[in-house]
Design a protein around this ligand. Structure first.
Ligand SMILES: C[S@@+](CC[C@H](N)C(=O)[O-])C[C@H]1O[C@@H](n2cnc3c(N)ncnc32)[C@H](O)[C@@H]1O
Length: 307
């Protein structure tokens, strides 16, 4: 038996709509999830899929689609984990439960080349701290051929996958993975300083974590949760980053919907929060000079709250 792809698409969207599933792990709509599912089962890219909606597909493919849809709704597994890949910044990344699903609004900054703060058309040293799948740092390396990028993460398992993505994208000549607890294993000499540090660290508080939709339970807790209402790791990054930046270098730090929490911790600090056209929030940026200016505040906060 064969079935029209168009009909399967409609039925799959209806099926998801009838169930209590949470979207937001890299895709926002049932339709987007079904597109990923069909690309996976039919083993085609997005453009090819678009040309196939009036075609018939095989019974075993229909069966596979329904099996995966059942796992999606019963086990609340995000679709990206079921299909094993995510699209980020127009690139395909291998993704599994070792890493957070790529969804950062950093994608818009990459698209804009981090202008006007950084000139990525010239040689630049970039660190993607808390890299997970490597999506942010690898997208920078892919689009900016003069950038050399260090992908840094505490999780050995996450870095294994980041390295796979590095190789799939053929970027290994300019991109290396470094296993490190924040900056602990990063060299600190004049020739190894960075022009740009990007960081999407864990920023969810333990209490908030308990209340998140079931889908988040499939992501590594290490990728989501940070002490002090989520603020410990972000503030440590704010305090330590200037030691690793060149004069004139910048830090871009994501704390998502906890932007207000971070701002409220430091009334004396002038946070500049970026706005995004495609959704998402909570990326601020600092020059090295401003990080040094506010360093005492970050240090005092950590001394007060972290044993
Ligand atoms: C929110 S995820 C971000 C992943 C990726 N950058 C993205 O945007 O999809 C945070 C990452 O930080 C890593 N991480 C957690 N604690 C860390 C630490 N102390 N030092 C370095 N990386 C850490 C986690 O393993 C996880 O991969």
């Amino acid at each position: 038996m064969t079935t029209l792809l168009h009909d399967i698409f409609e039925k799959s969207v209806d099926f998801l709509a009838q169930h209590d599933v949470f979207y937001g792990h890299g895709v926002q709509l049932a339709e987007d999830e079904v597109v990923l599912l069909l690309m996976h089962v039919l083993e085609v890219e997005f453009d090819e899929l678009n040309l196939m909606y009036s075609h018939s597909i095989k019974t075993n493919q229909v069966d596979q689609i329904y099996q995966l849809l059942n796992r999606r709704v019963k086990q609340k597994i995000p679709m990206v984990y079921l299909v094993g890949f995510a699209i980020f910044a127009g690139l395909r990344f291998k993704v599994d439960e070792r890493v957070l699903i790529p969804r950062s609004p950093f994608v818009e900054l990459i698209d804009a080349g981090f202008k006007p703060w950084i000139d990525l058309e010239s040689p630049a040293r970039v660190m993607d701290l808390c890299t997970g799948s490597g999506c942010i740092g690898l997208a920078i390396a892919h689009y900016f051929k003069h950038a050399t990028v260090d992908l840094v993460d505490l999780s050995h398992e996450a870095l294994q996958l980041a390295q796979v993505n590095n190789e799939v994208l053929s970027l290994s000549q300019r991109v290396q993975c470094i296993e490190s607890d924040l900056f602990d294993e990063i060299e600190r000499n004049p020739s190894s300083l960075y022009d740009l540090i990007v960081a999407n660290p864990p920023y969810v508080g333990e209490d908030e974590y308990q209340d998140l939709p079931a889908e988040y339970g499939h992501e590594p807790k290490l990728a989501l949760v940070s002490n002090l209402q989520g603020m410990e790791l972000p503030v440590k990054i704010l305090m330590q980053a200037p030691d690793y930046l060149k004069e004139g270098g910048f830090l871009f730090l994501e704390v998502g919907y906890n932007d207000v929490v971070l701002s409220d911790c430091f009334p004396q600090v002038c946070f500049e929060w970026l706005e995004f056209e495609l959704g998402g929030q909570g990326i601020c940026f600092f020059s090295r000079a401003d990080l040094l200016k506010y360093r005492v505040a970050f240090k005092e906060f950590l001394e007060l709250h972290v044993a």
